[in-house]
Design a protein around this ligand. Structure first.
Ligand code: ATP
Ligand code: MG
Length: 655
């Protein structure tokens, strides 16, 4: 399929001049340099990654074999003889040299309650808590489930596990008791770490109560460590439950790191569950840590003195990489943000940027769409001059939203990076380089080092060799941070990623490559719409809809149609004070920018769209509602706003 039908004109944004003239210059400061490094990483991966692994990480035992194994059996290994410890790499080596450097800036839910934690302090706290875990029998290879709010102790808990070689499984603290139970059982954790309560957006969350409910059906859990966050009285059942602070006092603030093999698992992370039951993917110590460190350095162009501001929750892979492992492995400073973009007002992000002088800001398209809906008056009064790189991840960003982000937040002087990756890829896979890549709004541009991208014909599995291509996105060769398996389910791992297209890692996403070689992520293959033989991407249709001045968010789906195979239907939410939008205008918008065949047969104006807890639109639910299959909506445990389902059913019925 060609992209000729696409009439949205994409402006090319060169790298802002002020970034190029900085001293020190960007780590990669021209497209030629990017191409050279990229080529090296593909032609000679052993040398490229071997060198970087020694540059960015400290090894207790050097590795001899950089890469072995392959996709077919899913037996990939990186640095297999190498031994190291992730917490040593994130803490000790920096704390020894520079104990007073700030590692974490904690911005609590209530403005004004921030706290700085140095490398020296963090190392002591992590060691103390590692000793607590050790005293309760936790050892290398054990899985530990962590269900904690965004407080520094969550970082401490994570790194304490890494210190002992225990495998952490962080579950986002917004999950319900049922979803939490499933993840604790799936990970076979005997230990759970949590808090009494937490506060987010001014609301109290009864964390310990949720844990207790989840644990009714988890007889295998032996201990629950409870961090006192709000101090309210909460149900507590000794000896299973143990107070964090009581135990901490008993322990010495040093714990020798357990040196593990590069291929020993570092953590389990569950995918967002946009397309079905979440997968508990396993990331290993050496390869994962290397890519996390490299991402921060190259994708975010992190330099000494920078302040990394990633707004994601630590319960997602983005939080693991961009708040914890990436910044700390580089000896950098990261902000841990414990609130929401709109608490107490829609200016919160920008107040935080100004206060902490954040240099790299990173969030999800859903948050930008939300703030764009409120308008620029919430952004403009704030001093955002510290920002150099502003990024997004998690979903396609519509060009219109991209332009708003660039102009209003980036004031046309920042690099905007639309980063494409997955829980499974472990680190950013397609991205602009801030000092090198001219960007096109809506395109994630080019592959990161070592990511050998291919676009395949979805039906034949053959690779499309022409520059311009449209199909499904796959990767030709292993990279260090790729997930090694799905916990206790290697067969599902092979079925999901390795078997659909032999010889490739299959991403599950559709993608296009334009005449300049830029990659455009079109959305999930499961969501692709096929109208009379035209394969339409959800993201293109949504981008056209969002260009309408009244649209806040949009979701396009394909619905069975006897004649055309499928037809397009769309769901739209509106900006405040725009209730009189004519649905015809929205349809016209799609006709104009894509073509008549893509015009939605029906547009539903609704109050809210169903989203995962990581903020992604769940189109499969909309499809089921429209097709009347409301009794088989599938796995809803990852839905952030379950109430919307009933409202949507009503809204569709009444339209
Ligand atoms: P599940 O795999 O359980 O269905 P999920 O795919 O949403 O859930 P994640 O690993 O959190 O779980 O998300 C990865 C997916 O998010 C990608 O496969 C892609 O569909 C989408 N995505 C992430 N970043 C981008 C981006 N920059 N542009 C377009 N899509 C993106
Ligand atoms: Mg996925």
């Amino acid at each position: 399929m060609s992209t000729d039908h696409l009439k949205i004109q994409f402006k090319l944004h060169p790298v802002p001049e002020c970034l190029l003239s900085r001293n020190p210059p960007p780590h990669v400061n021209s497209i030629e340099q990017y191409k050279k490094l990229y080529e090296e990483s593909i032609k000679n991966p052993t040398e490229f990654w071997g060198k970087l692994a020694n540059e960015l990480l400290t090894w207790h035992t050097p590795f001899q074999t950089v890469l072995s194994g392959g996709f077919e059996h899913g037996d990939v290994t990186w640095f297999r003889e190498g031994r190291l410890n992730a917490s040593y790499n994130c803490l000790d080596r920096h704390a020894i040299k520079n104990p007073d450097k700030v590692a974490i800036i904690y911005e609590a839910d209530e403005p004004g309650q921030d706290r700085k934690i140095t490398y020296g302090e963090l190392l002591r706290d992590v060691c103390r808590f590692a000793n607590v875990l050790k005293a309760h029998g936790v050892k290398k290879g054990d899985t530990v489930s962590i269900y904690m709010p965004m407080v520094p102790e969550a970082v401490i808990a994570i790194l304490a596990c890494a210190r002992l070689g225990a495998v952490h499984s962080v579950v986002f603290a917004g999950f319900s008791p049922g979803s939490l139970r499933d993840r604790i059982l799936d990970a076979s954790s005997k230990i759970v770490i949590t808090a009494d309560e937490s506060c987010r957006g001014g609301r109290t969350i009864h964390t310990k109560k949720i844990i207790d409910e989840a644990l009714v059906e988890c007889p295998g859990v032996e201990h629950v460590f409870v961090f006192r966050c709000t101090g309210s009285s909460v149900p507590f059942s000794s000896p299973r439950d143990v107070w964090w602070h009581d135990e901490l006092e008993k322990q010495r603030p040093y714990c020798p790191p357990e040196i593990v093999n590069a291929e020993d698992p570092l953590f389990i992370m569950y995918t967002s569950g946009s397309t079905g039951k979440p997968k508990g993917v396993i990331h290993t110590t050496g390869g994962y840590l290397l890519n996390a460190a490299a991402t921060l350095k190259y994708v975010f162009d992190y330099h000494e003195g920078d302040i990394m501001g990633c707004m994601a929750d630590i319960g997602w892979i983005t939080g693991h990489n961009c708040i914890i492992y990436g910044p700390l492995a580089n000896g950098g400073t990261a902000v841990l943000f414990g609130s929401t973009p709109i608490y107490p007002t829609p200016s919160r992000y920008w107040e935080v940027v100004a206060k902490h002088k954040i240099t790299q800001f990173y969030t999800a398209p859903t948050a930008i769409r939300l703030l764009r809906k409120f308008g620029r008056e919430y952004v403009d009064p704030h001093d955002l001059s510290s920002l150099r790189v502003i990024g997004t991840a998690g979903e396609p960003i519509n060009p219109d939203t991209w332009e708003w982000y660039n102009e209003v937040v980036g004031r046309n002087v920042c690099s905007v990076i639309d980063t494409y990756w997955q829980t499974e890829t472990g680190s950013v896979t397609v991205t602009p380089f801030p000092g090198a890549t001219a960007t096109k709004p809506g395109s994630a541009t080019f592959p990161f080092f070592g990511i050998d991208l291919a676009i395949l014909n979805p039906d034949t599995g053959e690779e499309i060799e022409t520059t311009e291509a449209e199909g499904v996105l796959a990767i030709r060769r292993p990279w260090p941070s790729m997930a090694r398996t799905i916990y206790n389910n290697h067969n599902r791992y092979l079925d999901t990623y390795m078997r659909p297209y032999k010889g490739y890692y299959f991403t599950g996403d559709g993608a296009g490559r334009d005449h300049d070689g830029y990659y455009w992520i079109r959305g999930r293959v499961d969501d692709v719409i096929n109208v009379s033989g035209h394969r339409l991407s959800t993201s293109e249709i949504e981008s056209a809809l969002i260009m309408h001045p009244m649209t806040a968010e949009a979701a396009a789906i394909g619905v069975s149609n006897e004649i055309k195979g499928q037809c397009v239907q769309a769901f739209v939410t509106l900006k405040p004070n725009s209730n009189n939008t004519d649905v015809k205008d929205l349809t016209l918008q799609v006709r104009k920018y894509i073509g008549p065949f893509a015009a939605p047969e029906k547009v539903y104006i609704v109050n809210d769209l169903p989203k995962t807890r990581s903020g992604k639109i769940m189109r499969r639910i909309l499809r089921k509602i429209v097709e009347g299959q409301t009794d088989s909506l599938g796995d809803l445990s990852t839905l952030a706003n379950p109430d919307t389902v009933d409202t949507l059913i009503e809204e569709v019925k009444n339209s």
